[in-house]
Design a protein. Structure first.
Length: 90
């Protein structure tokens, strides 16, 4: 997941694993770019975290990266979860 800004909008690049798309039900999980002001009805999943396969092409969804869940992010995110990345504060 990558969060940030593009064209003055808050955007997110996420690996969508279920739910609806603008074209109907999601078939297979895939990377999707969302303008956050256009989202509605989103709900967190109770399923375990799923990560998409790595990609060979640089993403173009998020121009200014505030946060990247990828610990080895090539995008120089402005923020980090630091010790929370490992799932524990201890």
């Amino acid at each position: 997941m990558i969060l940030g800004q593009s064209g003055g909008d808050a955007v997110a690049l996420v690996y969508q694993t279920g739910g609806e798309t603008s074209r109907g039900p999601l078939g297979a999980p895939e990377w999707k770019c969302f303008r956050l002001t256009k989202l509605s009805g989103g709900e967190p999943s109770a399923r375990p975290w799923q990560a998409g396969a790595s990609h060979r092409q640089a993403q173009s969804c998020v121009r200014i990266v505030d946060y990247d869940a990828n610990e080895a992010s090539p995008y120089s995110p402005l923020r980090s979860l630091g010790p929370l990345r490992g799932g524990s504060l201890e």
